[in-house]
Design a protein around this ligand. Structure first.
Ligand code: LRH
Ligand code: MN
Ligand code: MN
Length: 426
């Protein structure tokens, strides 16, 4: 379906246009005293994981409109991510959700991952749905539950998830809790928090030493009065309570409108507790829109914080895990993911072009306008040739989305898997 020679053919067709645009970009960077090769190296090394659950159309409470050809098994999900990675060479890992993605034959899954040059980025536990044959219900919470048997079931599930991860060479467990309350008085806030903290610590203590636990927060939904981990402060305290290998995970869609997410990112970096991202876009809340579709400037500002921290020896933060966490209701999921990766790389490229020395000097001098202009200059630049060149050098397509459409990959997937194929899980 997608071969290296197809990619070469595509790149050759675009070579003239790319050479023109990339040539201009190189000259522009040179005049600014920026080492283009150094920027390219960083872009070429950048990878963002794809969640298994974003490969099909999600739904809203009002309906689901599958587009056909969706992956019907873990194997087909890996094939889809392999396809994305072949196109952009920047999606080299996949996040699994258990029990949606239980590997039946671990060796076969590992072989398939190797074949597509993929790794397992993280494993995610699911205590937000009751599982078949489970002894206890999570209707009133999982790790926060008033009854110890329910908490234990949720702890055991997380340990089982870690076991699957271990078999596939993964080192990260992501915990997102749907626990919360819908009405005043339902929860004893302090006790519910303490139970959650102790349950998380039990999971943390049972994890291998070289594993990281990522604790995700969300201010609302599925509970609308209180969520057990509503904000980064709670995540941070829980991570600290567990130990040094527990970190905060920032999902861009999990903030109230107008939250200054870049400042949260800077705070977490300052404390050395920024563990990872779930990229998406949001208009009102957890909309899970395409990354950067609503607030590209904010995405850029977030990357500015990451780039500045990476250049600052005072920042003691572990490697950050990058993942997309989006749902797709109207777009072809694979097209949406290609757009997202492209946008993320574009934001990163722009952040790499910021004259940080100049910015810091303007900040020290309290020159507000100059400081702001220092950010606007790279933000307004068209860095697409830079991103395309990084992908090309890695062996990918100059225009991943264009090639996906040109090859009519969705049609091929529908032919192979069927018009009614709906992604497993969710
Ligand atoms: C719910 C959610 C959350 C998790 C994912 C599995 O909001 O999107 O962000 O990471 O489900
Ligand atoms: Mn998320
Ligand atoms: Mn979410």
């Amino acid at each position: 379906m997608l071969t290296d020679s197809r990619i070469q053919e595509h790149n050759e067709k675009l070579a003239d246009d790319h050479a023109f645009r990339w040539g201009y970009m190189q000259e522009w960077l040179h005049r600014k005293g920026i080492d283009a090769e150094h920027i390219l190296q960083q872009l070429q090394a950048y990878q963002v994981a794809i969640p298994s659950w974003a490969l099909g159309t999600g739904g809203t409470r009002f309906g689901r409109y599958p587009g056909g050809g969706e992956p019907r098994s873990l194997e087909e999900k890996i094939e889809d991510v392999g396809l994305l990675h072949a196109l952009n060479r920047a999606s080299g890992s996949i996040s699994l959700h258990i029990p949606w993605d239980i590997p039946q034959d671990v060796q076969a899954i590992q072989n398939l991952l190797d074949e597509h040059h993929l790794t397992i980025d993280s494993v995610n536990s699911n205590t937000f749905q009751d599982q078949k044959d489970a002894n206890h219900s999570y209707k009133f919470g999982s790790l926060c539950h008033t009854q110890s048997e329910v908490r234990q079931q949720a702890i055991d599930h997380n340990m089982e998830v870690v076991e699957y991860g271990k078999q596939l060479g993964c080192h990260t467990l992501t915990v997102w809790l749907a626990d919360g309350s819908n009405f005043p008085g339902q929860h004893h806030f302090r006790r519910a928090y303490q139970r959650t903290a102790d349950s998380l610590k039990a999971i943390y203590n049972a994890m291998p030493e070289d594993w990281t636990m990522l604790v995700e927060y969300k201010p609302y939904e599925p509970h609308f009065y209180s969520m057990i981990i509503p904000d980064w402060g709670t995540s941070l305290r829980l991570a600290e309570y567990c130990g040094p290998n527990a970190q905060v995970l920032v999902d861009l869609g999990h903030h109230l409108p107008n939250t200054n997410i870049e400042q949260i990112v800077a705070r977490l970096l300052h404390f050395g507790r920024l563990g990872g991202f779930h990229f998406n876009g949001s208009m009102y809340g957890d909309d899970d829109l395409t990354t950067g579709s609503i607030k590209p400037f904010q995405l850029f500002l977030i990357f500015c914080e990451l780039v500045q921290a990476a250049q600052d020896s005072a920042v003691q933060n572990p490697a950050v895990a990058y993942m997309i966490d989006a749902s797709h209701n109207t777009k072809d999921p694979l097209e949406d993911l290609l757009q997202s990766v492209q946008t993320i790389m574009t934001a990163y490229a722009k952040a790499l072009l910021v004259n940080t020395k100049g910015l810091f000097a303007a900040q020290e001098a309290n020159d507000v306008v100059r400081a702001e202009e220092m950010l606007k200059d790279p933000f307004l630049a068209d860095v697409r040739p830079l991103v395309a060149e990084a992908i090309r050098r890695n062996g990918g397509a100059l225009n991943p989305l264009g090639l996906y459409r040109q090859l009519d990959i969705r049609r091929q997937l529908i032919d192979k898997r069927g018009k009614l194929a709906v992604a497993t899980g969710l």
